[in-house]
Ligand binder design. Sequence first.
Ligand SMILES: *Cc1c(COP(=O)(O)O)cnc(C)c1O
Length: 407
Amino acid sequence: MSTRYEDARPIPQSQLDDARLETLAIRAGHTRTAELEHSEAIFPTSSFVYSSAAQAAARFSGEEPGNIYSRFTNPTVRYFEERMAAMEGGERAVATASGMAAVLSTLMALLQQGDHIVCSRGVFGTTTVLLEKYMARFGVETTFVDLVDVAAWKAAVRPQTKLFFLETPANPLGEIADIRALADLAHDVDALLVVDNCFCTPALQRPLALGADLIVHSATKYLDGQGRCIGGVVVGPDRLMQEVYGFMRSAGPSMSPFNAWVFLKGLETLPLRMRAHCEAALHIAEWLRQRPEVETVLYAGLSDHPQHELAKSQQSGFGGIVSFRVKGGREEAWRLIDATRIISITGNLGDTRTTVTHPATTTHGRLSEENKQRNGISENLIRLSIGLEHLDDLKADLGRGLDSCQR
Ligand SMILES: *Cc1c(COP(=O)(O)O)cnc(C)c1O
């Protein structure tokens, strides 16, 4: 009894050329083995074998494509990479051990000493540390600018500027960058635009189609969606991804096959989950706005958000992150957080579980007072990542917090 690879009836990749995101999320990037498995297999192997010494030589020289060693490629990781490339509309993806490894691999692969980066001020805290402390140590300087102020990006450009880096929507205030305008500006000065697409995911926003050159992700967030694994991925055109891949396989921040498999399972429900996150977040944002204890709600889905129209034009949903300011300061914010019973107090986001964070003392706690002020990280700011629990239960829990926060 033997099975042949042909029996696996692989879906020809061309069959998926016109497929919608929901189909790509489930079907793209899987090559069945001769075992005819239906769901993707996990390949926990560090290396691969060859049928002959000549084949080994051909693989090592690059003459023959194929697996050599799992720091370079691994079938389960490749399934994830191909699925992500298809979903983001990019030629190629490279998976990494974490979101930060995706950012680092991109910068190390494409920049050299003397180069300059322009970066939005509100990026993920560790990205700021990587740029300000470590990249600077190797002679790559960064200028931080206001995400929504295109003129400020232009003014920050130097002859050495090689890369623009941004996150949109930004964390935790939910500002929206004009991706197309910033891509045009970057290309005018021969720089690349890198977008951290963590908050929207390809289910809501496809930055490559808006002119961005590369996308980085923390797969840890919505791509997994259930708070289980750390991982990242970079997506873009082959000519740039070759460099990113070269760095990744040499420096070694590779994704483990097990994590890749968890992310593949996460991707299958990503479009569905993102729709549910968006719907719930808008509902909670509107509900919070009616509460007398709340000063302001920061969510691009609200029609009076300053970038509401821009968000509508470049995203197909407003995402699951809702921030708000309570009346008062730290004391009131902490009291609200501590009075919740269901919502998790944690810095993670993009989970099925709703999470609550006090940015000023946690995720953004390392910023100086001046920087906090400039970035709008006030003591009364609270960030929610809206999960998939029942809305009535979430409102009851948040209501408990709001009821006790002003006392
Ligand atoms: C979490 C996060 C990262 C870093 O990802 P890790 O997987 O934690 O390394 C980068 N960017 C954004 C926007 C994030 O939320």
